[in-house]
Ligand binder design. Structure first.
Ligand code: DX5
Ligand code: ZN
Length: 218
């Protein structure tokens, strides 16, 4: 088994010092940089969009893991790819033509992910799981950093891991929301292989050390 991939979310970074914070992530054991795009429609909050993503890319030495919390994400996939996204994750709840949207992401040469809100049954991914690189299981309701982790997530991870194994899919399970030192190991043992962490990393006295510790959970 391998250590989990750690994807710190820049939503919790200091936006007035983004270059400094991205350079900190470059020096750290972080594997990906998680970029949260919120449109104020799909979720009740607006974060930032294309120019800020491109600015992060300019300094990032790690892949950008772009989480699109927006309606009609198919309209913006190419633009986010051009802005530097390496992984493009859309929400199941925002995609009536999910199969087509996944193919669109792949045709852009990016890794394809689908995110599920806490109430969305994981089994709904059964018919696309073989095409996915990533399943992002939300462990809070999307829209804000710093929320409390939903305990039911562990069972959802186990169910998703079983579905992935049965389909012979290479998809990895990523968890997003309220991840910290006390749930990271349990998530890993349930089958999660990528962990997003926003506030836990950026409010830590030593974020580089905190990222390294999150990786040691397996
Ligand atoms: C929530 C975002 C998360 C968020 C995680 O809608 O998708 O990526 O930044 O932040 P924490 O780790 O603080 O819950
Ligand atoms: Zn996210």
């Amino acid at each position: 088994m391998n250590a989990p991939l750690i994807a710190p979310s820049v939503l919790a970074a200091d936006f007035a010092n983004l270059q400094r914070d991205v350079e900190m992530l470059n020096r750290s054991a972080a594997d990906w940089i998680h970029v949260d795009i919120m449109d104020g429609v799909f979720v009740p909050n607006i974060s930032f969009g294309l120019p800020v993503t491109a600015a992060i890319k300019k300094h990032a030495q790690k892949p950008l893991d772009v989480h699109l919390m927006i309606v009609q994400p198919e309209r913006y996939l190419e633009a986010f790819r051009d802005a530097g996204a390496d992984i493009l994750t859309v929400h199941y709840e925002a995609c009536p033509h999910l199969h087509r949207t996944i193919q669109q992401i792949k045709s852009l040469g990016a890794k394809a992910g689908v995110a599920l809100n806490p109430h969305t049954p994981v089994q709904l991914l059964q018919d696309v799981i073989a095409d996915l690189d990533l399943v992002l299981i939300m462990s809070v309701n999307p829209g804000f950093g710093g929320q409390k982790f939903i305990e039911r997530t562990y069972e959802r991870v186990r169910q998703t891991a079983a579905m992935i194994a049965e389909a012979g899919s290479n998809a990895i399970i990523e968890i997003d929301g309220g991840v910290n030192q006390s749930n990271a190991a349990l998530l890993y043992h349930a089958g999660a292989r990528a962990l997003v962490a926003g506030n836990f990393v950026f409010t830590a006295a030593d974020p580089v050390q905190t990222i390294a510790e999150l990786k040691k959970v397996w």
